[in-house]
Design a protein around this ligand. Structure first.
Ligand SMILES: Cc1cc2nc3c(=O)[nH]c(=O)nc-3n(C[C@H](O)[C@H](O)[C@H](O)COP(=O)(O)OP(=O)(O)OC[C@H]3O[C@@H](n4cnc5c(N)ncnc54)[C@H](O)[C@@H]3O)c2cc1C
Length: 340
């Protein structure tokens, strides 16, 4: 590895760790700086759709994901009533972030990578060989994400997606016979803490029978987490730094697939970074090549998600969406392709 330049990655989430793993597998030394530690719970729906073979192969993810649950059917609910069953063209992968992030961290270290946990990098400037995979961009936003895991909660299908008043909630089976409950809500003035907050949001957004089902289940209090300041992007950020995953563009949850995008952005950055590390391109060329590759990969997906998002949140548009889907006027195939 001595003849190659090392790569420094700020942020040890999905984009940062998978990039580090991909680089190490190609003989390039990588260091990941992570503000937190592993394992840790994250606000996330915890199902991955549209993760392609090439990305898994190039980043070395296949073994890590080989035992994930395979979700084939989604039950959509509107006003607490089941509205439609959707067959996924390709199974979604169900695995908690608690397990996934820790597995990635272990694989990265196992491949010889250097992982510095509990290390928040405050230096934000561009440097040759430095990649930012720091997750969502902070800013004022009306959205709040909440999640916890449950036991003894039976589902209608592998995945349930519930549309409510300026809110949507996903229930996904994960490992250990557990179900991940995760929702995106427009913020309300509720001064409650812990798992009760998610239950209160379910009631406020009109998910009464869903709330009752969840209250009757066994909630894992330790897994509760919340995230605010969620800003969604219409396009890949064009900038003077290399940014991957949510740091490059954050797609609204359940319209697209932020986890697959995090991995795919790492995969797209891999070849330009290998060329840089091997002295075959300058840092400016590398940065430009990565930005062009990310624009080409995600432009259509971000635009499609931006158009679809209001239909998931606003009651009138939700009804239109449901009515169209009942009479089969929604082209699910092309829509799925545009979003993945
Ligand atoms: C409510 C909600 C539900 C979602 N559901 C799904 C879903 O079901 N399926 C799906 O595919 N996607 C989903 N997503 C999106 C998905 O969670 C993200 O797209 C994905 O986590 C992005 O990965 P990432 O590596 O870019 O960022 P992250 O996973 O957020 O990782 C960024 C890492 O960088 C670290 N970091 C940040 N700043 C610094 C710093 N200065 N120094 C050091 N470390 C730093 C953080 O601690 C963090 O570990 C959801 C998102 C939300 C909000």
């Amino acid at each position: 590895m001595s003849t190659t330049s090392p790569i420094e990655i700020v942020g040890g989430g999905l984009a940062g760790l998978s990039l580090g793993l991909g680089l190490q597998r190609q003989g390039v030394a990588a260091t990941v700086f992570e503000a937190g530690d592993y394992p840790r719970h994250r606000v996330c729906g915890e199902f991955i759709t549209g993760l392609d073979e090439r990305t898994m192969e190039r980043l070395g993810l296949r073994d890590l994901l080989s035992d994930t649950l395979r979700h084939r059917e989604v039950a959509w609910f509107l006003d607490d009533q089941r509205a439609r069953i959707q067959q996924l063209p390709v199974p979604a992968l169900g695995l908690s972030r608690h397990v996934l992030d820790a597995r990635l961290a272990r694989a990265f270290v196992g491949a010889g990578g250097t992982l510095r946990v509990g290390t928040r990098v405050t230096e934000r400037t561009d440097q040759p060989g430095r990649v930012f995979a720091t997750g969502r961009k902070l800013g004022r936003s009306p959205w709040l994400g909440l999640k916890f895991h449950c036991r003894r909660l039976s589902l209608d299908r592998d995945l349930e997606l519930h549309l409510g008043d300026h809110a949507y909630v996903g229930l996904s089976r994960i490992e250990g016979d557990r179900v991940n409950v995760c929702g995106l809500f427009r913020r309300r003035p509720l001064s409650i803490r812990g798992p009760q907050l998610l239950l209160a949001y379910l009631t406020a957004a009109g998910f009464r029978s869903l709330g009752q089902r969840i209250e009757a289940a066994e909630i894992d209090r330790e897994s509760f987490c919340a995230v605010a300041a969620l800003n969604f992007d219409r396009r890949v950020e064009s900038g003077r730094r290399v940014q991957l995953g949510d740091a490059c563009a954050m797609i609204p949850p359940f319209t697209g697939n932020g986890m697959a995008m995090a991995f795919q952005s790492a995969e797209r950055a891999l070849d330009p970074l290998l060329a840089f590390a091997r002295g075959k391109s300058s840092w400016t060329e590398t940065r430009q090549a990565i930005e062009a590759a990310l624009q080409a990969r995600f432009r259509v997906r971000l635009a499609a998600a931006d158009a679809l998002h209001p239909f998931l949140l606003r009651p009138r548009r939700q009804r239109l969406l449901t009515a169209l889907s009942r009479v089969r006027l929604i082209p699910f195939g092309p829509l799925y392709s545009a979003l993945h």
